[in-house]
Design a binder for this molecule. Structure first.
Ligand code: XMP
Ligand code: MG
Length: 190
């Protein structure tokens, strides 16, 4: 819990140094974001949510369920060359969309914007496919880490430039299953 070891009850004892954003705080913000996005799409056809695998899976499913309007769902997986904790901006598509997005209003659903390089690449890539509009909703953003100017309409939380895990976010594929966003203990980095 908040006073003790945040990872302990989830099978990660001694691995996290703190909870950054708790479960209730996450869920309350997602309801707000979902309402804001829905309000802007009310008069249009259902937005096509593009979930960026794998980190945005948890956020996307909660977000879609919190929206007071229908949405449709697509998945895209991209990999940016770089280390486990930083990206290079050189992106390759691991899994593309299953359908044409011509004329659709798409909403890119991202877990976290760090340098912004991945998102910037994705926005340009999707723009070549002639959607009616591209919006971005990101749960987390590290404002001090931004290296490119990205247009993000909806942001959940601005956070410090520290590596975070949980709620979809991983370190070497671990911690995605945590229901909150936490800070990894420094001793866990290899
Ligand atoms: P860029 O730098 O391109 O990075 O904006 C975006 C992608 O990098 C990953 N990322 C993180 N993953 N904890 C994570 O688990 C973090 O603190 C973190 N910062 C960046 C993530 O995959 C994101 O989509
Ligand atoms: Mg990752």
């Amino acid at each position: 819990g908040p006073d003790g070891d945040p990872g302990a009850g989830h099978g990660y004892p001694g691995e996290l140094k703190a909870t950054l954003i708790g479960e209730d705080q996450l869920q309350a913000k997602i309801v707000e974001l979902a309402a804001a996005v829905a309000a802007d799409h009310e008069l249009d056809s259902p937005p096509l949510l593009i979930c960026v695998l794998k980190g945005a899976v948890t956020f996307t499913t909660d977000f879609a369920r919190a929206m007071p309007i229908p949405s449709e769902l697509e998945f895209m997986a991209v990999s940016s060359y770089g280390s486990a904790t930083s990206s290079s901006g050189v992106v390759r598509i691991l899994k593309d969309l299953d359908r044409d997005i011509t004329g659709r209003r798409v909403v890119i659903v991202e877990d976290i914007i760090d340098s912004g390089l991945t998102l910037s690449w994705l926005q340009k890539n999707l723009a070549t496919r002639s959607p009616a509009a591209i919006d971005v909703v990101a749960l987390l953003r590290k404002p001090e880490a931004l290296k490119v100017d990205v247009d993000v309409r909806y942001v959940g939380f601005d956070i410090p430039t520290e590596f975070v895990v949980g709620y979809g976010l991983d370190y070497n594929e671990r911690y995605r299953d945590l229901p909150f966003v936490g800070l990894l203990g420094a001793h866990m980095y290899s």
